[in-house]
Design a binder for this molecule. Structure first.
Ligand SMILES: Cc1ncc(COP(=O)(O)O)c(C=O)c1O
Ligand SMILES: NCC(=O)CCC(=O)O
Length: 424
């Protein structure tokens, strides 16, 4: 019996998060035994160059020796106390240094909790119920945000999940990513009822779509005009597209920021923070309730803090961006040589691959790319020893452990994969 068959007897669909099942690409997921640097190794001893990186956190590469040692040392002191520890303050201070828009920050245990709490806070602060999100953006699986969502919700064809009360879903207005005119129209009509806009400042859950020039600026200005809270969901982009996140890269200051993934260095951590006057509405200072038994867990804080220290090395993000550029340029050349319509988007350490002539700038354009081709490419790459996200609607991630040799090997794999797709 395969590990997957065994898992499926005990776990719905054999996985603890739907994007891990190979539903969109077919076949059975590989089961991972261990990982190190840019490589993951499956149970059968096969190795793959990994561009999933645990869906974003592993920016240093897997099992970075200093992170592992820090976690081991911290774990030896006790796993959880449910009382304050100084390392929570250290991580909070570090986050504020890297993202100066964050004056106060609260730790949670996942990106979902971070965005759910930020939405509640924005509603509590403004006394308004409506929120604005963008189709194809994914902000975790809390009820208000599972409306026209991206990632697995999109991949599995249920972008608006059953189980979300209609009355609640009706409070979520879903607009088109990168359509500034539509945002202005909606705010002109009902701006006074809108608590917040939540946005992925670089979309990474409908594959990878960077913001169009002026789009984020428009979000900032309508929020200012109408007294709504601007939330940058930087769970994916935070510390990845620049040390200071997308807000540093594009020079826009959100009111609140949500974090996850890298902030925990591979341990379960999320965080939300921002303007002091808004954050002071959170309990115990204010009336908006939010809590967590394992929030600020010391072992997780240690992993996050060590990771943020290590990525602060000079040139870290320049090197990361160079590697990503080499990767997407190499893949594009391989596709050109094979005569396959192909395009890419990339922002520093994240990228998107599309089987379409022109790189998509909107959700509609992403949906027009050739998903069947992606499916075949995915499996051909897997056979060649390269692990991509098993969906055409996910961004890819490069780590600092990806070397020139890994990139060259990936491009060679793509040449072979595209060749066999053309003859298939
Ligand atoms: C932009 C964004 N926000 C929120 C989330 C939710 O985070 P988590 O899976 O840790 O709950 C994710 C990914 O899952 C994400 O990519
Ligand atoms: N882009 C997709 C995610 O980041 C989510 C991972 C998961 O839900 O397991």
């Amino acid at each position: 019996m395969s590990s997957f068959t065994d898992a499926a007897r005990h776990i719905p669909g054999g996985v603890n998060s739907p994007v891990r099942a190979f539903r969109a690409v077919g076949g059975e997921p590989i089961f991972i035994e261990r990982a190190g640097g840019a490589l993951i190794h499956d149970e059968h001893g096969r190795s793959y160059i990994d561009y999933v990186g645990s869906w974003g956190p592993m920016i240093l590469g897997h099992a970075h020796p200093e992170v592992i040692r820090t976690v081991q040392e911290r774990a030896a002191l006790g796993l959880s106390f449910g009382a304050p520890t100084r390392i929570e303050t250290q991580l909070a201070r570090k986050i504020g240094e890297l993202m100066p828009s964050i004056e106060l920050v609260r730790m949670v245990s996942s990106g979902t909790e971070a965005t759910m709490s930020a939405i509640r806070l924005a509603r509590g602060y403004t006394g308004r119920d409506k929120i604005v999100k963008f189709a194809g953006c994914y902000h975790g699986h809390s009820d208000s945000l599972l409306v026209k969502a991206g990632s697995g919700a999109l991949t599995f064809g249920v972008p608006t999940s059953p189980g979300v009360p209609k009355e609640l879903a009706a409070q979520t207005l879903t607009l088109a990513y990168n359509d500034a005119a539509e945002v202005k129209q909606v705010f002109d009509a009902v701006g006074g009822q809108i608590a917040c806009i939540i946005v992925e400042p670089v979309a990474g859950n409908m594959n990878c779509v960077p913001p169009a020039p002026g789009f984020l600026e428009t979000l900032r200005s309508v929020c200012d005009q109408h007294g709504s809270v601007l939330i940058f969901d930087e769970v994916m982009t935070g510390f990845r597209v620049a040390l200071g996140g997308a807000q540093a890269l594009y020079g826009i200051k959100p009111d609140l920021t949500t974090l996850g993934k890298i902030v925990g260095g591979g341990m379960p951590v999320g965080a939300f923070g921002g303007r002091r006057d808004i954050m002071e509405q959170i309990a115990p200072l204010g009336p908006v309730y939010q809590a967590g038994t394992l929030s600020g867990n010391p072992v997780a804080m240690a992993a996050g803090l060590k990771t943020l220290e290590l990525i602060g090395e000079p040139d870290f993000h320049t090197r990361l961006a160079q590697t990503t550029t080499q990767l997407v340029e190499g893949l594009a050349e391989a596709a050109r040589d094979a005569g396959v319509a192909f395009s890419t988007n990339h922002v520093c350490g994240m990228f998107g691959l599309f089987f379409t002539e022109r790189a998509p700038r909107s959700f509609t354009e992403v949906m027009a790319s050739d998903a069947d081709r992606f499916r075949r490419f995915f499996h051909a790459m897997l056979r060649e020893g390269v692990y991509l996200a098993p969906s055409a609607f996910e961004a890819g991630f490069v780590s600092i452990a990806h070397t020139q040799e890994h990139i060259a090997e990936t491009v060679r794999a793509a040449q072979a994969a595209l060749q066999c797709m053309n003859t298939a």
